[in-house]
Design a protein around this ligand. Structure first.
Ligand code: IPM
Ligand code: MG
Length: 356
């Protein structure tokens, strides 16, 4: 088969890690007889520099016309002082909205080979964990009304969170279906003791749980969830939550796996065209030095094969290659904590290619 992939390399380490994933996809293409065509488009800071806009129209059109999108990372200190709607991050929200990618799947599992990289106590890590965060991605406070106004204490800024029943239902459906395909266990995370949006969220989730009697369903307050994630991550399997809570908890979940450089994500909407990206940022401090860990992006490419192209065996092949490279003891700097020899971004990519 022939697949057209839009590449949004972005800023910082974005180009390096996307190049690694492209090499891996090319190798998979050779092995399994597929052709992947790659078309690069500008997004984020590099787009601002070239066109004045973080998300040029051409990029949106290109992504809409492609079979799937692979993204590196956006942002950097150079663009940090721009106003909110001109910042590179705005492009990320814009492309998620333009493609209607309301679902964000963020799996976090502990690789046995990386146990020592986890900041958790050995007896907690020993039991392993494997969870997936289903984060709502096109609603909530990220997209609510915002601005500045005169308040009780003078100038104030505000952001608002709104969730419609429809938005909660559609993400809920994805979460319950995901739970059905895994261990039939779902925890919905909210702040229903304070927020009205969370109370509606909880009401809708409860109602949906009646349609999925096989799924063991429960709710958890987000502050408790933040604590439980480090106390006993094994209790989580599928987690569903709002845009902002999902943003925060997925960074926490990634760190307990050992490194944020390992976590892939898939952003999905109503059709097969998804956007795949590592959950980490553009790491400007190590950009251009060939030091970045490309694994999260490579695993994101595997998710693309699985979710957008239904190429499960090909996705497994990438995931197994990553497993083998880690089992063999190869590490990038982020996974070493200062000890041992670090492989560069291109070196670890080579190792993964060899295992495919
Ligand atoms: C993420 C990132 C983005 C988000 C930023 C860069 C806008 O943190 O994908 O988790 O908050 O969604
Ligand atoms: Mg984030």
């Amino acid at each position: 088969m022939n697949y057209n992939i839009a590449l949004l390399k972005g800023d910082g380490i974005g180009p390096e890690i996307v190049d690694s994933a492209v090499e891996v996809l090319k190798k998979i293409g050779e092995k399994f007889g597929h052709t992947f065509n790659f078309t690069p488009y500008l997004i984020g800071g590099c787009a601002i520099d070239a066109t004045g806009e973080p998300l040029p129209e051409e990029t949106v059109k290109g992504c809409l016309a492609s079979d799937s999108v692979l993204l590196g990372a956006v942002g950097g200190p150079k663009w940090d002082t721009l106003p909110g709607n001109k910042r590179p991050e705005k492009a990320l929200l814009g492309i998620r909205a333009a493609l209607e990618l309301f679902t964000n799947l963020r799996p976090a599992k502990l690789y046995p080979a990386l146990k020592d990289a986890s900041p958790l106590r050995a007896d907690i890590v020993e039991r392993g964990f494997d969870l997936v965060i289903v984060r709502e991605l096109t609603g909530g406070i990220y997209f609510g009304e915002r601005g500045k106004r005169e308040g009780k204490y003078g100038e104030e800024a505000y952001d608002t969170e709104a969730y419609s029943r429809m938005e909660i239902e559609r993400i809920g459906k994805v979460a319950f279906e995901t739970a059905m395909k895994r261990n039939k266990k779902l925890i919905s995370i909210d702040k229903a003791n304070v927020l009205e949006t969370s109370r509606l969220w909880r009401e809708v989730m409860h109602k949906m749980s009646e349609e999925y009697p096989e799924v063991e369903y429960s709710d958890m307050l987000v502050d408790n969830a933040a604590m439980q994630l480090v106390r006993n991550p094994q209790q989580f399997d599928v987690v569903v939550t709002s845009n902002m809570f999902g943003d925060i908890l997925s960074d926490e979940a990634s760190q307990i796996t050992g490194s944020i450089g390992m976590l892939a994500s898939a952003s999905l909407g109503y059709n097969k065209c998804g956007m795949y990206e590592p959950i980490h940022g553009s790491a400007p401090d190590i950009a251009g030095q060939n030091k970045a860990n490309p694994i999260a992006t490579i695993l994101s490419a595997a998710m693309m094969l699985r979710y957008s192209f239904d190429l499960g065996a090909e996705a497994d092949c990438i995931e197994k290659a990553v497993d083998k490279v880690l089992e063999a003891g190869y590490r990038t700097a982020d996974l070493l904590g200062g000890e041992g020899t670090a492989l560069s971004c291109t070196e670890i990519t080579e190792k993964i290619l060899e295992m495919i």
